[in-house]
Ligand binder design. Sequence first.
Ligand SMILES: Nc1ncnc2c1ncn2[C@@H]1O[C@H](COP(=O)(O)OP(=O)(O)O)[C@@H](O)[C@H]1O
Ligand SMILES: [Mg+2]
Length: 293
Amino acid sequence: MSDVKLVVRGVSKTFGSNGGCVRALEGVDLEVRDGEFVALLGPSGCGKTTLLRLVAGLDVPTEGEIVLDGKPVAGPGVDRGLVSQEYGLFPWLSVWGNIDFGLRLNDVPEEWRFKVVGDFVRLTGLSGFEDAYPSELSGGMKQRVALARTMVNDPEILLLDEPFGALDTQTRSLMQELLLDVWENKKKTVLLVTHDIEEAIFLADTVYVATSKPCSIKAKIKVNLPRPRTFSMKSSKKFIELRKSLHELIREESLKAMQPITNKAKKPLRSPTKRMTFSGFIKTTIYDIVIPR
Ligand SMILES: Nc1ncnc2c1ncn2[C@@H]1O[C@H](COP(=O)(O)OP(=O)(O)O)[C@@H](O)[C@H]1O
Ligand SMILES: [Mg+2]
């Protein structure tokens, strides 16, 4: 029996507008197995949020299909929990009220709500802050509330859209460890999108590397680091090797993504005779644009 939870098959997406069309996704194929932590890694603007919105059922593909637990995705549903950078907390509700919101809406019996919300408050390190309001919380705490609020509804798959992107490096790193604790405790299936190479390696079992826009899958990489993952693994040989290969793949795509603004440049981006640094590339780009011909 197959244990595949989510299948994205040949998915393309074109946005139409008065000014023309934007092709955001081009034949994306990926799958997430039950209980697996998958990361889609790609440069900014490549189409990651677009893909996650399609999986969440907030928009529809132009071509291809998305299947969750054997059923085609045809709209939003409680089987998918989406967490994004913007937290999306209700400012008029306390931490407890925010986490409890979905359960209350679904008429879950009070005794059960009390147990589940309490469980997630503890798991996300929010004990003592149950009565605080979002305006009184740091970014990291808000994101913990957002995570808990989504997870109490026990979705089949957790969709994470650069959830720690707005946080400082230290908080981000701690949040990654907290997310792994929660994931290991609850055995959830996760699809995370990120542009952060280290984040993808540290968290995921499998990393799909996306091309620049339109997004398609360039590589599928198994992260063979043991679990549970620990902070010290980030300096292990295996981690550093993986980071290096992913960095190469992503750099190629980031350079491609910058090409439209360099279309007057005569030189190739990568000269075989001269190694060009990234800052050198930027300088060359500006030079080629501003010098009159
Ligand atoms: N609703 C929309 N209408 C038109 N273009 C869109 C829309 N949503 C996203 N795009 C375009 O699709 C591309 C991919 O965007 P997005 O999925 O947000 O990228 P990422 O999340 O990887 O940064 C961008 O060029 C963006 O401008
Ligand atoms: Mg995005």
